[in-house]
Ligand binder design. Structure first.
Ligand code: ADP
Ligand code: MG
Length: 622
């Protein structure tokens, strides 16, 4: 009987390898684009259809492939870039593994047209599923065009695992943007489904590319950084002012010797440098290019080369942190007025300019974070608005050291209530003795023999959410105008998500309008999100959707998800709340089916019984 173990044939090996190198269309585009850059091209056009699954066409004006090398280039582990492992120490190219062409050709229908300077005619080579179909001479300009059709046509399992073409296309768009920023000296053109998406000039000016890709607002809020670090490292790039801090890390871009990389150490060091300017869960905008000797960085850590390992990681980390901190410090991001007012606020002094509306508006617009903007407007006493629409706000509870107190029932009587009654009922709530608020977030209340703690944000989130969904179901949504409208530039994934869910946003009361290339004007937000920073909230919802990945197909389920995100984004930050407002909030909670959890599952209320407290003080033994 023959043994069970067989050596795999080369086509099978290549298909397996393709799973690593080209997990999805964006992986193929990345490899082919790197090949074009390695070939010294100064101009590259990338065209895709159907998210790269239908067609990827990449044309470059690089050095081309010599006729005798064409077949070989598609061989497994075939590379012109290194011949032994030591060559990695002096590597100057992006590719070196010799896997891309063979892997892609194993799982797609490929056509290559290429010509070098030294040959009179070019070569056209067709290979499908790893099988050569033709090799012929052809007239062609210098450079290389590679066309990849029907990616994963012979690996249905892989194909099934792909997301919708639009989503795959948005990954490619994002890759193209990052590559354009990594290689400002190359003119890159990107065409998606016959539409020109962007075209960079190749002038080498990084700021120009940031402008072309992220728009005027971002380009106006960045400043250059350049510094020499340890181990022959040189860093150049741009940092965003704190005003454009983001709600996720997708704008922390690092290029190491021309390669976009994700690196926890680099992110952490950058954020550390920004620390005094970053609110929690906020991240800087940064585009930083590092060049350093190849021997100082291992690029062979990951099949897609998206990760690197630095020989001197620790030194590089502290270099980056101090370079960033220094650059921010020198740039004087925050006007002194804000610092003074901030200090005065902390020390409980009145603002110097409390009555000066103009000054307050100025402060508001230069605040480091949108949430601070609304906070300042309230603090300065201008435009003070009740944060909740539950009846008129009376005198806010006095706040000192973060505590506030309610005198409790005037008669001072301790009402003891039987515990078997529901703590969260219409009757019970009326009996709550409200002690006050701590840490700007939690309300302490006593009901009978129970100490209750309510998370103001979670409760508010819940009530808003239920109201929004009720209006959505009953088709009675109302919007609150954003005036002037917020003009918002979207990243490709944000745009993709938004265009997919625009009707849902609309149904919830978001009023938007297309505003040119990847830009929307936000004209209204749901009424229930009163007081929220419209733009921040809108972007946070899109980013949260992106993080969720697959969403249910059912539109009601999606709206509930979006409404939940909206409510979460809208109640962030600390808020004053009067006892009256709290009572109104509690009353409204009582009308809900499940008042105990916010839409994200966090509890709104926790309790501690007198028994538990006495146990902790060892007054009772259990
Ligand atoms: P690697 O880039 O790791 O060397 P690839 O499989 O991507 O491996 O490419 C194999 C070889 O084909 C490269 O080493 C290069 O010599 C050649 N090649 C691929 N694409 C191009 C191109 N666009 N222009 C010139 N040569 C190319
Ligand atoms: Mg390559």
């Amino acid at each position: 009987m023959a043994g069970k173990i067989k050596t795999l044939d080369s086509v099978t090996i290549d298909r397996i390898a393709a799973g690593e190198v080209v997990e999805r269309p964006v992986g193929a585009v990345k490899e082919l684009l790197e090949n074009a850059i390695d070939a010294g091209a100064s101009s590259i056009t990338v065209e895709i259809e159907e998210g790269g699954t239908g067609l990827i066409r990449i044309t470059d004006n690089g050095e081309g492939i010599a006729p005798e090398d064409v077949r070989q280039a598609f061989g497994r582990h075939a590379t012109s870039k290194i011949s032994r492992i030591e060559d990695l120490d002096t590597l100057h190219t992006l590719g070196f593994r010799g896997e891309a062409l063979s892997s892609i050709a194993a799982v797609a229908r490929c056509e290559l047209i290429t010509k070098t300077r030294d040959t009179l005619t070019g070569i056209r080579y067709v290979i499908e599923g790893g099988e050569e179909l033709s090799y012929e001479e052809i007239g062609a300009p210098e450079g290389t065009t590679i066309i990849v059709r029907d990616l994963f046509y012979n690996t249905p399992a892989r194909k099934k695992f792909l997301k919708k073409p639009q989503t795959e296309g948005s990954y490619i768009a994002e890759l193209m943007e990052h590559q354009a920023l990594a290689h400002p000296q190359v003119s890159l053109r990107f065409i998606n489904n016959h539409t020109d998406r962007f075209h960079t000039s190749g002038s080498g000016d990084l700021k120009e590319n940031i402008y072309r890709i992220y728009g005027r607002d971002i380009a106006a809020s960045i400043f250059p950084i350049e510094a020499d670090g340890p181990s022959g490292l040189h860093m150049t790039g741009y940092l965003g002012k704190p005003a454009i801090n983001r709600s996720n890390r997708s704008f922390e871009l690092f290029f190491v010797n021309g390669r976009p990389v994700t690196d926890k150490m680099l992110s952490a060091s950058l954020e550390e440098g920004y620390r005094p300017y970053l609110m929690q869960h906020k991240f800087p905008f940064a585009v930083l290019a590092f060049s350093l000797p190849s021997s100082e960085v291992d690029v062979n850590v990951h099949p897609t080369k998206r990760e690197v390992r630095f020989a001197n990681a620790r030194q590089i980390s502290s270099f980056l942190t101090s370079a960033v901190a220094g650059a921010l410090h020198d740039t004087e991001m925050i006007p002194d007025a804000l610092l003074d007012e901030e200090r005065e606020r902390r020390e409980g002094l009145p603002f110097a300019a409390a009555n000066d509306a103009q000054r307050s508006a100025q402060t508001a617009s230069s605040a480091a974070e949108p949430f601070e903007r609304s906070y300042f407007v309230q603090e300065t006493g201008e435009e003070q608005q009740p944060l909740f629409a539950y009846g008129l706000a009376e005198e806010p509870v006095a706040m000192s050291d973060g505590y506030s107190f309610d005198a409790g029932p005037k008669d001072g009587a301790q009402r003891i209530r039987p515990v078997q009654e529901r703590l969260f009922s219409e009757e019970a709530v009326k009996e709550y003795r409200i002690l006050g608020q701590i840490f700007d977030t939690y309300w302490l209340m006593v009901c009978g023999d129970e100490l209750l703690m309510m998370d103001q944000h979670a409760a508010h989130e819940k009530v808003n959410y239920e109201r929004m969904m009720k209006r959505f179901r009953e088709k009675t949504v109302m919007s609150q105008m954003v005036d002037p409208p917020e003009v918002i530039k979207l990243t490709p994934p944000q745009e993709e998500l938004f265009s997919r869910y625009a009707p849902v946003f609309d149904g919830l009361g978001f009023q938007t309008e297309p505003f040119g290339e990847r830009t929307v004007a936000l004209r209204g937000i749901p009424l229930d999100l009163y007081g929220a920073d419209a733009k921040t909230m809108f972007l946070e919802i899109l980013d949260a959707l992106n993080e969720e990945g697959t969403l249910p197909d059912d539109p009601v389920a999606v709206s509930s998800r979006i409404a939940g995100m909206a409510c979460k984004a809208s109640v962030k930050g600390n808020m004053h709340m009067t006892v009256e407002e709290l009572r109104a909030l509690l009353d409204e909670m009582m009308t809900l089916e499940n008042p105990y959890n916010c839409p994200h599952g966090r509890p709104t209320l926790i309790r501690m019984s007198r028994f538990e407290i006495e146990k902790r003080f060892k007054r009772v033994v259990d």
